[in-house]
Design a protein around this ligand. Structure first.
Ligand code: NAD
Ligand code: UD1
Length: 335
């Protein structure tokens, strides 16, 4: 398949591009580079021996997108492009709504104009808001979302659902990711956050490599195994393979599928697993709870298994080892 990969220069898109190439598909990348570095494309070429076609464009530029669709016979789109920093989205909500919603509207419109019917979208477990755990796809989404970033994911899901209802030949899937961690085992591509990381794993790896003094743990008095927050961490290569599965098993209609392991891991459990994998000690201090954080959530991963024949195969230990391999070989990321 010829697959347009929006946001394909970024963290999850780059790992997915490798899996697509290895499976014999042709990814065609469009990215504005607002949160990524083209070096990842050179690294993908090093891993796969394949140079990808890359267009530097903002998805909101309809003419540019239309030209990409006109010059390539596309079979499907995987839509990773979007802004993703939760804190920033509360400070600049319009920037988030404009970027994440307008870009998807233009994409849906251009797909329709060119009769491209298969779409896989990067959604997030954040759409469950404050649902009971484990999160199941049948639970009504959208209630209790705490930030504009999360609401953009929910609104895009609703847009996709409406569009899919208007044409029963469309095959649309929203993949609801849990917490992506890890890196390609080569250490050539990985997560490359700008500035101070918001997420746990890149913070841990930056402490390990000496860029930060110590990890701050947001709360140790939750009702969890050791008082720290619990999440469902998923290796980015498992996540990448989930996209392949979603394309292969696409059927008409609009579908939502969780991509998670189904297991919860606490902050302290992740820290200790990392210490073992990397052979380093991670100094930490306990801080107050972070506003907007939920105590514990993880996926019901059964729909992905039955519908996509996909399940995670990599462990937390694999993810820690691969994250450390990436960070230690690239202390400054791609810079
Ligand atoms: P990322 O920032 O590394 O990649 C996103 C890419 O999209 C970047 O390369 C960026 O330059 C590009 N982009 C953003 N707006 C664009 C636009 N208007 N036009 C063209 N390109 C644009 O992020 P990621 O971690 O790889 O996440 C990929 C997707 O998965 C995002 O939609 C994100 O919201 C979603 N997601 C991520 C996580 C996570 O923890 N990483 C969790 C759940 C969902
Ligand atoms: C956040 C976002 C979610 C997004 C996800 C992955 C919210 C409500 N959710 O989830 O939309 O999809 O990131 O990008 O913001 N922690 C620390 N110290 C740190 C960083 C994190 O203790 O320096 C803890 C957090 O309190 C949490 C866990 O580690 O318990 C994971 O945090 P994080 O990686 O930020 O992801 P989420 O909060 O699950």
């Amino acid at each position: 398949m010829n697959i347009l990969v929006t946001g394909g220069v970024g963290y999850i898109g780059s790992h997915t591009a490798v899996k697509l190439i290895e499976a014999g598909h042709t990814p065609i990348v469009v990215d504005s580079l607002v949160n990524s570095n083209v070096e990842s494309l050179a690294r993908i070429e090093q891993i796969t021996g394949t140079k990808q076609l890359f267009y530097k464009a903002d998805l909101r530029d309809r003419d540019a997108l239309d030209a990409i669709f006109s010059s390539n016979r596309l079979d499907a789109v995987i839509h990773f492009a979007g802004l993703k920093a939760v804190g920033e989205s509360t400070e600049k909500p319009l920037y988030y709504y404009q970027n994440n919603l307008d870009s998807t509207l233009v994409l849906l419109d251009v797909m329709q104009a060119h009769a491209v019917k298969k779409l896989v979208f990067s959604s997030s477990a954040t759409v469950y808001g404050s649902a009971p755990v484990p999160y199941v796809e049948t639970y009504p989404a959208g209630q209790g979302i705490t930030n504009p970033y999360g609401r953009t994911k929910y609104f895009v899901e609703e847009m996709m659902s409406d569009v899919a209802k208007s044409d029963d030949t469309l095959e649309f899937t929203s993949l609801r990711y849990f917490n992506p961690v890890g890196a390609h085992p080569s250490g050539l591509i990985g997560e490359n956050p700008n500035g101070t990381p918001n997420n746990l794993m890149p913070y841990i790896t930056q402490v390990a490599v000496g860029k930060r003094d110590k990890l701050g743990i947001f709360g140790d008095n939750y009702d969890t195994i050791d008082g720290t927050g619990v999440r469902d961490y998923i290796h980015v290569d498992d996540l990448a393979e989930g996209h392949l599965a979603a394309l292969i098993h696409a059927t008409p209609g609009y579908h939502t599928v969780n991509l998670g392991s189904g297991r919860g891991t606490s902050v302290l459990e992740l820290v200790h697993a990392f210490e073992v994998a990397a052979g380093v000690t991670i100094p930490y201090k306990i801080l107050p709870r972070r506003s907007g954080d939920l105590p514990a959530y993880y996926a019901d991963a059964s729909l992905a298994a039955s519908r996509l024949n996909w399940r995670t195969t990599r462990t937390i230990e694999d993810a820690c080892r691969d994250s450390w391999n990436w960070q230690s070989k690239n202390p400054e990321g791609y810079n």
